[in-house]
Design a protein around this ligand. Structure first.
Ligand code: ZN
Length: 693
């Protein structure tokens, strides 16, 4: 699972609660508001901004101190991380690779006026397509509206070398235009990547490429038939395939060597084999071997074996994810998008998460949850802070700040899970957001700002740690409850559960006792930023008129709005007006904590019992609709700050230095590559799939 944007026990990648980070960073480092005023050799965290996106860079602290063998391992795994890029593009929509290719060709070969608005807007559109790994918004899932005309694109396509266009056998440029223009320009065609609207056929109305010609009902029945509710070790059904209907018959097209996406998977496997040769130890070697085996046989039992070995690999300094992992991109939450991250342990920062892990049982025993839903023994909660070295697939460029894997419920309960916080990414968010004015605009008073300046950073990290290390791993399902019972609401409920676990304990005396917070009031910084984000500021990421769709955003709205409503009589939290602007005012932090505890109890009950109706009522009741007056106000205030609500990362570039016989003698890391430069290079060097799959 991703921390912060999540789903039920999936690799947890916490896709950042940006606004919290933005704000905290703003507050923390109010100095140096001019990004150009930095010292000559200071690392540049902030890069270009376009549309609603800002590109950042992350620094791979400590890379130079690794041994040559470790650097070599990171190098091979990084190549494997980049080879799967096309897979995600294709998973996100069947025309994404075609559209990316034709736009890149026009972008690089166009001989006309490049200062023309059509060209400039096409460039922005292409940058967004790169960022989203497709033509839909990476977060909101809505299709991009092009700011250039069909006529412009048609003429431009006719002016470039047709050999560089993604033409089908015998297809003319004109026919290619006819094929893809409705996809690009008609707002009614493939309008949402993942549709979660209650009551609609979620498969027929979603543009993601996980199902072909299959209705939601057919898919649900297909997988229901596969499942044996009495199986204590069920595989993640359907995780690594496209479900298609051919000649009236449903069948899975499995992603593996020799199957769908074989061209990319073979490349990945090639690098994994090299990585296996320089593994740090036998356990890590076994992990890599199991993964290679899974890429070959596509058998989900092999995937479980791999996951179990991966969980057991705790001693290695270097770690990685490289597979079909998270299912946020499938409206049914089954099909997993391909992603990769290569990383190594940050020894110093890991001490904090180890304290939390060491006390996991205490937290489980003392949580405000019915004892029937608690784990008697909390197993294998491991936690560490890592330094990201390479991001790929669904973790690039938009990424998570934490990961909690594997996603299989039974493996998590029997073998445990690994949970990480990605220190250098969090750090980059903070550093890049210096002095951007966000807190001054949205935080109610200097008191709260000061609170956040003092404790915002530490409590935000701590909330992330609690969410990942303990929240997702806590609690249990009652016997016989199908983990998929909550269906489309499962992800939101799961993220709410993990967030509430963290919120509840942040205010506990145990935090002080364990030396995790410096002051009994520190938690208030997180409570304020969480409520402000959930009630107001996260709305800047949504267009006026749209609902909240994404699971993490729904989770935050659910928690904040529920607490606002339930605490109304006691005025625990209020939305107040000051000079025509709305602010969050928290009057009673202690009672707010009690409310978080109550909601945690209820959410855990819903999860444990598989109470679909209660899950739906909570999510639909609190987490979807937006008050348009407030939304409009927030958007206007935010717009004046000129900030990009979403961030993503440009990867570093690793270069293998070789001797005369081809042995690697060193691996260097560089940060000079630009965003478009990197994307174009990836499209050249890792163009592994046919345009149409
Ligand atoms: Zn999560």
């Amino acid at each position: 699972m991703s921390l912060c944007d999540g789903s039920p026990f999936k690799l947890f990648i916490m896709k950042i609660p940006f606004l919290q980070l933005t704000m905290i960073a703003t507050i923390l480092t109010a100095c140096n508001s001019n990004p150009n005023a930095s010292v000559a050799d200071e690392f540049q965290y902030a890069d270009e901004t376009f549309a609603d996106l800002q590109m950042l860079r992350y620094k791979v602290h400590g890379f130079d101190e690794l041994s040559l063998k470790q650097k070599e391992l990171i190098y091979y795994l990084s190549e494997a991380a980049l080879e799967g890029r096309d897979i995600l593009f294709d998973q996100n929509g069947k025309y994404n690779l075609v559209i990316r290719k034709l736009l890149e060709t026009v972008y690089t070969e166009y001989q006309g006026d490049k200062t023309d608005a059509n060209f400039i807007n096409m460039e922005t559109y292409l940058k967004r397509v790169w960022f989203s790994n497709g033509i839909h918004h990476h977060y909101g899932c809505e299709k991009f509206i092009p700011g250039f005309s069909p006529e412009f694109l048609r003429n431009a396509m006719q002016s470039v070398n047709p050999d560089n266009l993604p033409l089908k056998e015998g297809q003319t440029v004109e026919q290619l235009c006819d094929e893809v223009f409705p996809i690009i320009f008609n707002p009614d065609v493939m309008s949402k990547r993942v549709n979660q609207a209650d009551g609609e056929d979620l498969l027929l109305t979603s543009a993601c490429n996980y199902y072909e010609g299959v209705t939601q009902k057919e898919a649900e029945e297909f997988y229901l038939r596969m499942k044996d509710v009495n199986d204590p070790t069920p595989v993640m059904y359907g995780m690594n395939s496209r479900l298609v209907k051919e000649n009236g018959k449903l069948q899975e097209k499995v992603w593996k060597v020799g199957g769908l996406y074989t061209e990319a998977i073979e490349k990945i496997v090639g690098w994994l084999k090299k990585a296996e040769g320089v593994a740090e130890n036998e356990q890590q070697k076994l992990v890599i071997q199991k993964l290679i085996q899974f890429y070959h046989d596509g058998d989900l039992k092999t995937f479980d074996d791999y996951s179990i070995q991966w969980v057991k690999d705790l001693d290695s300094r270097i770690d990685f994810v490289n597979c079909f992992t998270e299912s946020y991109g499938d409206p049914l939450g089954m099909k997993a998008s391909w992603e990769s991250i290569v990383n190594f342990k940050d020894m110093e920062a890991t001490k904090r998460t180890e304290i939390i892990s060491d006390n996991a049982q205490w937290f489980e025993d003392n949580s405000p949850v019915d004892s029937r839903f608690k784990k008697d023994v909390v197993k294998g909660v491991s936690a560490k802070v890592i330094t990201a070295a390479m991001l790929g697939g669904d973790l690039y460029p938009s990424t998570a700040i934490g990961i909690n894997l594997p996603n299989s419920n039974w493996i998590r309960s029997v073998h445990g899970s690994k949970s990480v916080t990605i220190g250098n990414l969090t750090d980059a968010y903070s550093k890049a957001a210096r002095g951007n004015g966000f807190a001054q605009e949205f935080v109610i008073s200097p008191n709260e700002i000061e609170l956040m300046e003092t404790y915002g950073d530490i409590t935000d990290n701590l909330h992330t740690d609690l969410h990942e290390c303990l929240g997702h791993g806590s609690g249990k399902l009652l016997p016989g409850v199908d983990p998929d019972t909550l269906k489309a609401y499962g992800s939101t409920i799961e993220e709410a559960r993990a967030d509430l676990f963290g919120l509840y304990y942040l205010a506990d005396d145990k935090m002080l006792e364990l030396g995790l917070t410096p002051h009994a009031d520190a938690y208030k910084a997180q409570y304020y930023s969480y409520m402000m984000n959930g009630l107001m500021t996260q709305l800047v990421r949504i267009e006026l008129g749209n609902n909240i769709e994404e699971a993490h955003m729904r989770n935050r709205a659910l928690i904040a709005r529920w607490a606002l409503e339930k605490g109304k009589d006691d005025k625990v939290v209020e939305l107040v007006q000051k000079e025509g602007k709305t602010y969050v005012q928290i009057n009673d932090y202690a009672k707010l904590r009690t409310l978080f505890g109550q909601l945690l109890g209820e959410i855990q009950r819903i999860k444990s019992e598989g109470d679909f109706v209660a899950a739906r009522d909570l999510v639909e009741g609190y987490a979807v609709k937006i008050d348009s007056t407030l939304h409009k106000e927030i958007l206007e205030r935010y717009k004046k700050l000129n900030l990009a609500p979403y961030k993503g990362f440009i990867n570093p570039v690793y270069t293998a230095v070789k001797d005369s016989v081809g042995n690697i003698t060193d691996v260097t890391v560089g940060y000079e590559e630009g965003y478009a430069e990197q994307m174009l290079r990836y499209s050249r060097e890792y163009a592994n799939l046919p345009y149409r799959n």
